[in-house]
Design a protein around this ligand. Structure first.
Ligand SMILES: Nc1ncnc2c1ncn2[C@@H]1O[C@H](COP(=O)(O)OP(=O)(O)OP(=O)(O)O)[C@@H](O)[C@H]1O
Length: 329
């Protein structure tokens, strides 16, 4: 598979702060790739370098085969790459349809505006002024503006922040449809269920370094992790009678961990049936992506919480938030 994005040894410093410290990853053409990490990890810096908005201090970067740091390739790249950023500047007094139609005019082969508004769930708001949209509706408009030019590669920066649960699922469908249409997608998100639902591959960065990479199902050894079985100890049963190795008991709730859940459950339920006592509050869980992510990033988050950078208000580099409104012809 060809790489849509290739990053090797990427480095970026702000003064004496090393924000990105030798990051390597690649994004295959046609996949959804998620860049995850705690606040201040270096995700936005990395994306901004890929988008051509920031210079790097070291390493190699290729986006669709071109170096985004080479200004002469900027025009070509802008025609191939779509961006959905936080706080895109749009005309507040234009209608939703006018806004999308105006941006469609910047591209040689834009999507059909009405079909696109339908796709992102803004059909009923076509005539509404942008200033009157809710937060979640504005993000849908951002998404429409990011894809109206049929980009080969789409950067999505926290695409569903502020969405209600139904709108999030709608946005996920849009993103999947785009991928199925052949668009490569690079997204950042703080929602692990979003990464789980969408991403074909993920990279977790913390303090400017990669701490784990893989698929959502295998990240951090998740596929070989222990299954957790929990149940209330039946009335009259002693802990010693439980036919599984117990790892914890809290408030009468017994936890056992196993790498062979089928056999373990068979033993446990057989034991309960023989005794004629139900297993109340029985649950069987594998670690979620969020569990794995939290354990991978725990040490970095503690340091981040006490670092002044976590409180810094990030300013988009000049032009970043305004790009979809600029002419790309
Ligand atoms: N323009 C800047 N000037 C100085 N320091 C910066 C600048 N931009 C980012 N940093 C610092 O670089 C580090 C990485 O920041 P970055 O915005 O890339 O993190 P992030 O992973 O996107 O975080 P978040 O999840 O909070 O958006 C942070 O410590 C941040 O304070």
């Amino acid at each position: 598979m060809t790489a849509a994005v290739a990053v090797e040894g990427l480095q970026k410093r702000y003064g004496d702060h090393e924000a990105v410290r030798g990051v390597d990853f690649s994004v295959a053409e046609g996949e959804i790739f998620a860049l995850l990490g705690p606040n201040g990890a270096g995700k936005t810096t990395t994306l901004e370098i890929l988008e051509g908005f920031r210079d790097r201090d070291g390493g190699r970067v290729e986006v669709l085969g071109r170096d985004p740091g080479v200004k002469a390739d900027g025009h070509w790249l802008r025609g191939q790459v779509g961006l959905v950023l936080q706080d895109i500047a749009v005309e507040p007094y234009l209608s939703v349809r006018e806004t999308v139609a105006r941006n469609a005019g910047y591209y040689p082969d834009p999507r059909n505006v009405d079909e696109l508004l339908d796709l992102v769930g803004l059909n009923e708001k076509k005539g509404a002024k942008v200033k009157d949209l809710s937060g979640g509706q504005k993000r849908r408009l951002d998404l429409a503006l990011g894809v109206v030019g049929r980009p080969r590669l789409l950067f999505l920066d926290e695409p569903t922040t502020g969405f209600d649960p139904n709108a999030r699922r709608g946005a996920w469908d849009v993103v999947r449809n785009l991928r199925d249409d052949g668009t490569t997608i690079v997204l950042t998100t703080h929602y692990m269920d979003e990464a789980q639902a969408l991403a074909d591959s993920v990279v977790v960065i913390a303090e400017g370094r990669i701490v784990a990479s893989g698929t959502p199902d295998t990240l951090g050894g998740r596929d070989s992790a222990q299954t957790r079985i929990r149940f209330a100890l039946p009335d009259g049963a002693a802990l010693a009678d439980v036919p599984l190795p117990v790892s914890d008991v809290e408030d009468g709730l017994v936890t056992a961990e196993t790498t062979e859940p089928t056999a373990a459950l068979h033993r446990l339920t057989g034991w309960a049936l023989d005794r004629g006592t139900p297993l109340d509050r029985l649950t069987v869980e594998q670690p979620t992506l969020e569990d794995v992510y939290l354990s991978l990033t725990k040490e970095y988050v503690q340091q981040e919480a006490s670092s002044p950078s976590s409180a810094r208000e990030r300013k988009a580099p000049a032009g970043r938030g305004r790009r979809p409104g600029r002419s790309r012809s």
